[in-house]
Design a protein around this ligand. Structure first.
Ligand code: WT7
Length: 635
């Protein structure tokens, strides 16, 4: 592998400037030198940012799994590709070598083909964090099927919505999954989800918890016997650079979840390049990202990025607090982890426990520690730096999105001096800019603005599945010709970026991107509810928590409020998932609305935060008196 790695800040600036002057040459070299292709590209990039049309490595032919697995076999066949650390520390960890991974993926790919899955078909994967999840994802990529991994914490109706949106032909699931002291019966959830998902023809079931499951004749099949009968050899599908690789759903500020579509070659190049550089990856490192593969972080930095680099990657089934608050540190110690990548919400929850939990384990193998998912507050940053990194491991605060495919703004370890709460500089190849309210690019430093990217990068999503218009409107119209991230940012005097948060109606709760609209939709379905508005408010551990302002129907008025609040939360859990629970519910008689009928969320946000000092301009409100009433109701 010969991705160039910068050694100091001077080299960073040099490479960064070069990558902006000659982006084609920059990406051409990286793609050329680090991957195996059936056929190389005619053209590096072709784009129209007004129309949201982007193509990378045109007409190149490749299969990402040949790059993740096959090409490593000669030199690294007996090297561990995946370390599986089960939920229960008493269950033995598994070490899966690249040779074994090849066999398992080949068999699974053959099973998928036997079951009628072809290139371009969508396969929904709803599995806990077990090796079969990795194998299923890679097997789809092997045969050109488009994987749509749905986080196994989503409820049946959320699964239905995602399956139906992309007409999945198959679901791969398990009897259940372990999470701390609980087990969750995933197959039961899938059975319910499929009552309303007519496109699904087959369900493959992995055995994990031994929970009893209902096997529907003709539709459901236990996976293991099929694998046992399959041959461990598989010829990979030859994919075009722009053939879809996967769909991953992310919440939007309006309407249904957005199926972000990532394509083959660009995503491959970008996830591999960012992994290598941001984590300073070297042969024999053991990399651990604690995210779930159901999120983009897991796609790019548990699976694709590490495997493309021939790395050893940890898949952890459990949670940070089981069986005790030392679990993360025990696992680092046990597997001699060299790079650790987690989320601020996990850091905050562990930082409030006794530091003995950390100090009792040997973390001396660590070289780089990372954070992702939401802004990391100063206190959490210092705790992470002091107690986990022992002030010798650079903290990489990595900013990116499901849509960007990989990390965009982050310190480079041992190159960029870190600064708490700052994601610092964009990576070479990433043209970040700040825009002012008049849609002009801000050239100065020490400013705040809307964060945009002004030139395409290989890892960017290409569209929203089935709705290119929405893709264009969401990301490419606010600042014509540029990709708008939806985030606000501050740029300091040296050009470091600090992400200040979303500027739209998305709230990040415990690192999960929750659109307010789907939650409001779920609440409004409750028979006692007339209307609702959700906003985020600061929370010590979760970063943000959800605050719901709810108007009741007349029929609901007589109900006991505490019971109703419980019921509404159960309703939200069953429609979206437990992660979407409201921390506070306030019943109100009206919501502040503009003359055009839009809820003025900025006022609700202030009330939720307990900041009554300045509501700004309320002159456009139709019902200004309601503001005082809501405020009084809260006090
Ligand atoms: C949103 C994307 C891909 C990461 C997992 C979340 C917020 C992400 C940071 C960070 C401040 C961050 C942004 C972004 N975010 N990382 N280091 N500092 N904010 O992916 O669910 O698509 O959410 O997460 O607001 O837009 P996602």
């Amino acid at each position: 592998m010969s991705y160039y790695q910068v050694k100091n800040l001077e080299q960073y600036f040099k490479h960064y400037n070069k990558s902006i002057r000659e982006p084609r040459k920059f990406w051409d070299k990286i793609a050329d030198e680090n991957f195996t292709w059936y056929q190389k590209w005619d053209k590096v990039v072709e784009f129209d940012m007004q129309e949201a049309e982007v193509k990378w490595f045109l007409n190149a032919k490749v299969n990402i799994t040949k790059n993740c697995i096959d090409r490593h076999l000669a030199k690294r066949g007996e090297k561990t590709a995946i370390i599986f650390e089960p939920n229960d520390p008493k269950e033995e960890a598994q070490h899966i070598t690249y040779n074994e991974l090849y066999d398992r993926v080949a068999k699974m790919a053959n099973v998928l083909r036997d079951q009628g899955i072809k290139k371009g078909d969508r396969v929904c994967i709803y599995l806990p964090m077990i090796p079969e999840l990795a194998v299923s994802v890679l097997a789809c990529a092997r045969i050109g099927a488009i994987h749509s991994v749905v986080f196994a914490g989503f409820s049946a109706s959320a699964v239905t919505a995602r399956i139906n949106d992309s007409d999945c032909k198959m679901v791969i699931t398990s009897d259940g999954g372990f999470r701390g002291s609980k087990s969750i019966d995933l197959k039961v959830i899938i059975d319910e989800a499929l009552e309303k998902s007519p496109s699904v023809e087959k369900v493959l079931v992995v055995k994990r918890t031994n929970a009893s499951v209902n096997i529907k004749e003709g539709r459901d099949i236990w996976l293991q016997p099929l694998l046992d009968a399959a041959v461990p050899n598989n010829v990979a599908e030859i994919m075009d650079a722009e053939d879809p690789l996967f769909i991953l759903y992310t919440s939007g500020s309006t309407g249904k979840p957005k199926g972000m579509l990532h394509t083959t070659a660009g995503y491959m190049v970008f996830s591999a390049y960012t992994f290598k550089n941001i984590f300073n990856y070297e042969e024999n490192d053991v990399f651990w990202c604690t995210a779930d593969i159901g999120w983009i972080t897991g796609h790019s930095y548990i699976l694709y990025g590490p495997l493309l680099n021939g790395a050893t990657t940890v898949i952890f089934e459990g949670i940070p607090s089981y069986p005790d608050f030392g679990r993360f540190w025990e696992v680092i110690d046990k597997h001699k982890v060299t790079q650790f990548y987690t989320a601020p919400t996990a850091i905050r929850s562990l930082a409030k426990e006794n530091t003995d939990w950390v100090e009792n384990h040997d973390l001396s193998t660590l070289k780089v520690i990372g954070s992702v998912g939401e802004p990391i507050n100063e206190e959490a940053w210092h705790w992470y730096n002091n107690h986990v990194g022992k002030k010798r491991c650079p903290v990489v605060d990595t900013w990116w999105q499901t849509e960007t495919g990989g990390i965009m703004i982050s310190p480079l370890p041992f190159v960029t001096p870190t600064k708490p709460t700052y994601a610092t500089f964009p990576l070479p190849g990433v043209q970040a800019v700040l825009m002012d309210e008049r849609r002009n690019e801000i050239e100065d430093n020490q400013v705040v603005g809307s964060l945009c990217i002004k030139f395409p990068w290989p890892g960017m999503a290409r569209t929203i599945w089935g709705d290119h218009q929405r893709f264009k409107e969401t990301y490419f119209t606010a600042f014509p010709g540029k990709y708008f991230t939806g985030d606000g940012a501050l740029r300091d005097e040296v050009g470091y970026y600090r992400i200040t948060g979303r500027v739209d109606d998305v709230v990040i709760v415990s690192g999960h991107n929750l659109g307010t609209a789907p939650i409001e939709d779920a609440i409004n379905e409750h028979p006692a509810v007339a209307e609702s508005a959700i906003v985020g408010f600061p929370h010590d551990i979760k970063g943000n928590a959800l605050y719901g302002f709810i108007i009741l129907k007349e029929s609901g008025e007589s109900r006991d409020r505490a019971n109703l609040a419980n019921e509404i939360n159960q309703h939200v859990s069953s429609h979206i998932g437990p992660i979407a629970k409201l921390d506070k519910i306030q019943f109100v008689t009206g919501l502040p609305k503009t003359r055009s009928g839009k809820i003025m969320r900025r006022i609700l946000r202030k009330i939720a935060e307990g900041d009554y000092s300045n509501f700004g301009d309320t002159s456009t409100l139709l019902n200004p008196e309601i503001v005082e009433e809501i405020k009084q109701g809260k006090l």
